[in-house]
Design a protein around this ligand. Structure first.
Ligand code: GDP
Length: 591
């Protein structure tokens, strides 16, 4: 079998936790092949790097493999992270055909590792796991750019054992995430088992294995999806909308089907109706060898899938990253615009009447963020694509519940006029380009807010309290009555009204004393002297009576409905006893 002309290059995306080595791996895949000076070893695209099959098999040192594979090579998207993965769609699915999940073998799984796996599961994308940074294992003898097994066999027994131990921790974590896995050279059926490749993105060990396994996955899983027709009108996805000096707004596009020529009419998804324009120039990076040139880009007349290319054309300002790009003719333009519009509208987000407001840079990332927030049961009022504008701020500021005076922005800017506005409001902004960080920060803030509100409420609210008048401790009969009491539950403060055990209000606490000192509150277990304005001992109250703090109905509601969870056991007990007394007379009291 040889390379079939109608199979396009599979598109590969690298995902994983921050600092686990995504960028270094991509650099290594680009760099090692360039450094070795192999002619035509890689092709730099806009936003992507292509490694041709010949380069891959020569790196693996087995040219006989050349004929086993039908795909022409691998196209790596240069932007790592699951942000890129979820933002870049093709007809509702992921743009990337394959993925690499990278995990630092010394650190193990982290939140974004798990998030990556969940995303891949959702999109049913074949992937391989790489266990990176094996060179950090104590005693490791690096074998530059060697295939994994060659390098492994050169290590001492102690180092091998240590690698195996760490490796099986990764296997265990993958199992917990719902995947069976094995070391890549031991996997016989990639449909059943995920292959894990131990590598070092720094020394290049195992990189050849990564490329080979990806080719294997492409061959095994994708053949049916990689057929394309170079003669049909081009179909692609906008990676990024970029302002370029002298060109104005341009779009970086990954074309995954058909062809695209200078002069073609294209339709691109935009914030409103899809925009129509005519390709003025198709640009690709100038090869590094032509360093004398001032120009960053060189023009090409036409391109075919799969390729990353920059399109220069009028009116691209409102193009939307992550949205489709399609070549049209005067006959197809209306139908295709309609299709694109429908595709964009499919990313409909169900919103709640009251909730937070979210903004993201692309449709895909908006959807991913909404998904994650929903999992956390965080209500969303509005979710839209674009930078944070003055209008967003005005809308959010008008919400009365301070819990929802919140805007979460993923990979977006705060526009200058909105910035001024934010400063004059109480709005809380969360900005990041890491989804889990946004969610964690928001959750921490919400928890803190809740505690603060509870604290504020507690300070202004009459808490329940129950106390008993001690025998032989009447210091004064009346005006005010002064008696020794024991606090049985809750807290008694000065200036609260007190009731008898049948709910009748009999007076007010004028003062509290502990061993001769004035205090403002007495808690459960304390024995104190209480001055009561109102009753006379022996008439309305007598020794050994149990009295209650009279919690006003409105406060009782707050206690029962809003800060119930923060009350201590004795406070709860006291509140319940008091409610029972009140509800004997009126079952709907404080309801
Ligand atoms: P990213 O955030 O996932 O893109 O991670 P980077 O590629 O930026 O890597 C984070 C840090 O880990 C950098 O300091 C890298 O030099 C280092 N690093 C990445 N891969 C390896 C590796 O294989 N071995 C060692 N020793 N360090 C690595």
């Amino acid at each position: 079998m040889a390379v079939k002309q109608d199979l396009r290059t599979p598109i590969v995306s690298v995902m994983g936790h921050v600092d686990h080595g995504k960028t270094t791996l991509l650099d290594r895949i680009r760099g090692s092949t360039v450094a070795e000076g192999e002619a035509g070893a890689i092709t730099q695209h806009i936003g992507a790097t292509e490694v041709p099959i010949d380069t891959i098999v020569s790196k693996c040192g087995n040219p006989a493999l050349r004929d086993k594979f039908m795909v022409p090579g691998l196209l790596f998207i240069d932007t790592p992270g699951h942000h890129a993965f979820t933002s870049l769609r093709s007809r509702g699915g992921a743009l990337a055909d394959l993925a690499i999940v990278i995990v630092d073998i010394n650190e193990g799984f982290m939140p974004q590792t798990i998030e990556s796996l969940q995303i891949l599961k959702r999109f049913k994308t074949p992937f391989v796991v790489v266990a990176n940074k094996i060179d950090r294992i104590h005693g490791w003898e690096p074998q530059k750019n060697a295939p994994f097994i060659v390098s492994y066999n050169k290590q001492s027994e102690r180092v091998k054992t240590e690698l195996d131990r760490k490796f099986y921790e990764v296997v265990g974590e993958l199992y917990n995430a719902g995947f069976n896995s094995e070391r890549h050279d031991r996997v016989s059926d990639f449909q059943r088992n995920i292959g894990i490749i131990p590598i070092s993105a720094v020394t290049g060990e195992g990189i050849a294995d990564v490329l080979m396994v990806l080719l294997g996955l492409a061959q095994r899983f994708l053949e049916g999806n990689l057929h394309y027709d170079a003669s049909v009108p081009g179909v692609g996805t906008v990676l990024e909308v970029k302002e370029e000096k002298g060109l104005g707004a341009t779009i970086d596009v990954i074309l995954y089907d058909g062809n695209l020529k200078k002069g073609d009419m294209i339709v691109v998804g935009s914030l409103g109706k899809p925009l129509h324009t005519k390709v003025r120039a198709l640009l690709k990076p100038r090869p590094l060898t032509e360093i004398k040139s001032e120009e960053k880009f060189q023009q090409v007349q036409s391109v075919t899938a799969a390729i990353g290319v920059k399109i220069s054309a009028p009116n691209l300002d409102s193009a939307l990253a992550g949205s489709p790009v399609r070549v049209v003719t005067p006959e197809t333009v209306d139908a295709i615009s309609e299709e694109i519009l429908n595709e964009l509208e499919e990313v409909q987000i169900d919103t709640d009447a009251l909730g937070i407001t979210i903004k993201a840079d692309t449709i895909g990332s908006l959807e991913a963020l909404v998904n994650e927030l929903k999992k956390e049961k965080i209500p969303i009022r509005k979710a839209t694509v674009g930078d944070i504008s003055q209008r967003d701020v005005v809308e959010v500021a008008a919400i009365e519940d301070p819990f929802y005076n919140v805007i979460i922005g993923f990979n977006v800017k705060v526009l200058p006029d909105a910035k001024d506005k934010v400063q004059s409001t109480e709005i809380k902004l969360f900005l990041s380009d890491v989804i889990y960080r946004l969610i964690d920060d928001y959750k921490d803030w919400a928890k803190e807010q809740k505690e603060l509100t509870e604290k504020e409420m507690t300070e202004h609210i009459t808490k329940p309290g129950r106390f008993q008048i001690l025998p032989n401790c009447t210091f004064r009969q009346s005006k005010p009555a002064v008696v020794g009491v024991k606090i049985i539950g809750g807290v008694v403060r000065t200036n609260v009204d007190v009731t008898t055990a049948d709910g009748t209000v009999v007076g007010k606490v004028k003062g509290l004393q502990l061993r001769g000192d004035n205090i403002s509150e007495a808690k459960v277990g304390m024995e104190v002297a209480v001055a009561l304005e109102g009753p006379t001992v022996g008439r309305q109250i007598k020794e050994e009576d149990t009295l209650f703090v009279n919690v006003p109905e409105r406060h009782a509601k707050v206690l029962e409905n809003e800060i119930f969870d923060s009350l201590k056991a004795d406070e709860l007990e006291t509140l319940e006893a008091f409610l029972e007394i009140k509800r004997k007379g009126n079952p709907f009291w404080a309801k």
